[in-house]
Design a protein around this ligand. Sequence first.
Ligand SMILES: Cc1ncc(COP(=O)(O)O)c(C=O)c1O
Length: 329
Amino acid sequence: MATRLGLDAELVATPHADPLLPEAGHWRHGVDADHIEARLRADTRGDIRAVCVVHNETSTGVTSDIRAVRDAIDAAGHPALLIVDTISGLACADYRHDEWGVDVTVSGSQKGLMLPPGISFNALSEKALTASRTARLPRAYWDWEEIVAMNATGYWPSTPNTNLLYALAEAIEMLEAEGLERVFARHQRWAAGVRAAVDAWGLPIQCADARCHSPVLTGVITPAGVDADALRRLIHARFDLSLGTGLGKLKGRMFRMGHLGDSNDLTLIAMVAGGGDGVAAPGRGTGGQRRGRRHALFRRDALSGRRPGDPASGRHAGLPDAPGTSTGS
Ligand SMILES: Cc1ncc(COP(=O)(O)O)c(C=O)c1O
């Protein structure tokens, strides 16, 4: 996107060889602050204007340490702005725009705030506002100056998404009534429960670093040769349970289980039950025997390419359809 806006973007990928996912080993880890510090120290001409990182990476289930990135920028003595995407992290995981010294925070309505998509938010530091005043990038709709000026009187320069603003007020009231500490603890508890289930299935978690396990969603890697999307289709066909697909380099190698938004213990239990049943389908047993059979069955059943709705899709005879449950993110 930055490139499309005419900016020079450099993707800083940290080397993380990973035999399990040779195509995307670094996607199993959080942002490497030391690497960022080294890159900034090498920028002796001051070409770098901003460091952009994602707080909670929705495509991989990795939550990065934003404070460490701030410290890295400061340690390098570099003036770059720190820009953070917390579209899926906000209201699920602790996030502190001011305290962590973030210059621009971007978030949205559609994840932890439990709303449909439709509103996006920025939090800005004085440094970011100053940089924006002297920047020569063309801007119109997203011009902070106009928005900040109008917001002071409770208005917007253009037509706001009024319906969603009412919903947002309600969501904030719900979050405050529960208390943010409890909200974050609830997501951690859900995440730990989902990881425990995935462990019991004998499948690896996409995020390889326990310090970065996401409280928002858990990525699950399927064995090589087992198409994660075929497994998702199988689970959808049987239980009307929609798990998230793997994206980009992880397409077909992982699926995502969401524990965010307007969920509760029961929806989480349903997701784990449906996911586990799909992974074990259709044979049941215990331990190694179950694992060995399961993989063989993946090949015979889930990999058949049959889709939900296909009369031959292999719905369990005698199993009632679960109510529609969407847990992808
Ligand atoms: C971390 C993250 N960044 C960016 C986006 C893109 O947001 P949008 O689709 O609203 O542009 C998403 C998706 O919701 C996301 O999860």
